[in-house]
Structures are given as C-alpha cells and as structure tokens.
Design a protein around this ligand. Structure first.
Ligand SMILES: [Zn+2]
Length: 231
C-alpha cells in the first residue's frame, strides 16, 4: 500500500470515529460566498443556543434553509465549516472556501461551532471538537498557535463556555491542551488524518470584499426553526 492509499484509508477511519455527516450548503446560496480560503488557522465558537434539540443537525438545517439572522430589519448572512455535538459532526462548507463567522478571521480560518443544547454531554462535545480541530491543523500543517477563539478576532464573548469572565483564560488553555494532545497523537501516527492533502492556493488569486472581512455571527440571534428543535 503506498502512502496515498494509506492516507485515504486512515482518513476514512477518522471520519467514522467522529461521525462526520456531509451537508454542504449548496453553491449559490447567499451564505456560501464561494471564495477561496487560504487556511492559516482554526476558529472555535459556541452556538450560544441552550434550547433542547439545538444540536449539529438543527444547525445544519438552519444554514441550508435560512442562513441569516435579522438585525434592525436587515438580513445578516452567516456560515461556518463544521458543527460538533456530543455524537456527530455536520460539515457545512468545503475546507477551501471562506465562511462568514468571525470578522477578519473569515478570510484566514476554518470555523468549528460547538453545540451547547440542553442535555448535551459538554465534555464529549469538547473532546470531539478538539479531535476535529487537531485533524484540521494536522492536514494544513499548522501548529497549536494557529487555534483561535472567536473572541480573539473581534472581542465577541465566544466560545462562551470556553472563556473566563468574557476572555481567554483557564478554560481556553485547557481546551487548547486537549487539541494539542489530539494533535500529538496524529503526529505520532496513532490516529488518522482527516482528509487528503489540501490543495495549494496562490494568495495572489484571493480576492475578498469588505463584507467578507466584517461578517460575524451573532450567535444569540440565530433562530433555529421550531420544527428542528422538537424532533
Ligand atoms: Zn462565535
């Protein structure tokens, strides 16, 4: 078995371990800008939705069916790459396209939302998010210094459950340690990488608009459809 076969076999294993469901927002939807992302980090969010049923699947439905929140009578489109709960992960955007989640972090980073719905096993969700983040850092040949909080980019109180007094503190350091531990396992070959070699993108070919640099999730304002929360 050559190394590419080995990689693809291992990728399948991690995808199964983390239970990643492909639910990519269709091309052309207003919350899928379709612009190339040169990945230089991973940004972590919390959904800020404590409703029963506000899990990864419900957020996937929100992104595909709605994809915006209303603020002062105006639609604000949002999107991110993965939503993680305590048993599955939904994949919303290709890893070489930007999402609209963290202001100036949009054009630099992949985004992971961690659910906080009523009844979720927070520790399991955080552990699975850490494994996913480690897999992505590994794939893009990035280290732990390339893991960011939404708070880092814009000052937003997010990821809410991983901040102390609205800032990065002991909880964030503990989460980073979880990611570093998972990344070390990947580096030592104990675990699988997540995907094939990422495509090289020449930064000269990247064009962003002001909108790409300013769009940010106001998690608290995301209204998930009622039907999705009462399965
Ligand atoms: Zn956030």
């Amino acid at each position: 078995m050559d190394s590419s076969e080995e990689c693809s076999k291992m990728a399948t294993i991690l995808t199964k371990v983390l239970n990643i469901v492909d639910a990519i927002i269709p091309a052309g939807h207003p919350n899928r800008p379709g612009k190339k992302l040169l990945v230089s980090g991973v940004t972590i969010h919390n959904t800020d939705n404590t409703n029963k049923g506000a899990d990864a699947k419900a957020h996937s439905k929100f992104l595909i069916k709605t994809g915006y929140y209303m603020l002062q009578g105006k639609k604000h489109y949002v999107s991110w790459h993965f939503t993680v709960d305590d048993h599955e992960i939904y994949h919303h955007l290709p890893t070489d396209e930007i999402g609209w989640h963290a202001g100036r972090g949009n054009t630099k980073t992949l985004a992971i939302e961690i659910c906080m719905n009523a009844g979720i096993d927070h520790s399991a969700a955080n552990k699975r998010a850490a494994q996913l983040a480690a897999g992505l850092l590994h794939d893009f040949k990035l280290d732990i210094t390339c893991l960011y909080s939404h708070n880092h980019w814009t000052g937003k109180v997010c990821p809410k459950l991983l901040l102390d007094h609205h800032h990065e503190g002991a909880k964030w350091i503990a989460f980073k340690a979880l990611v570093a531990e998972a990344a070390a396992e990947l580096a030592s070959g104990k675990r699988a990488i997540l995907s094939k070699e990422p495509a090289h993108i020449d930064p000269k070919h990247l064009h962003y608009t002001i909108e790409d640099e300013t769009n940010e999730i106001d998690h608290h304002s995301l209204i998930l459809p009622e039907e999705d929360l009462t399965k």
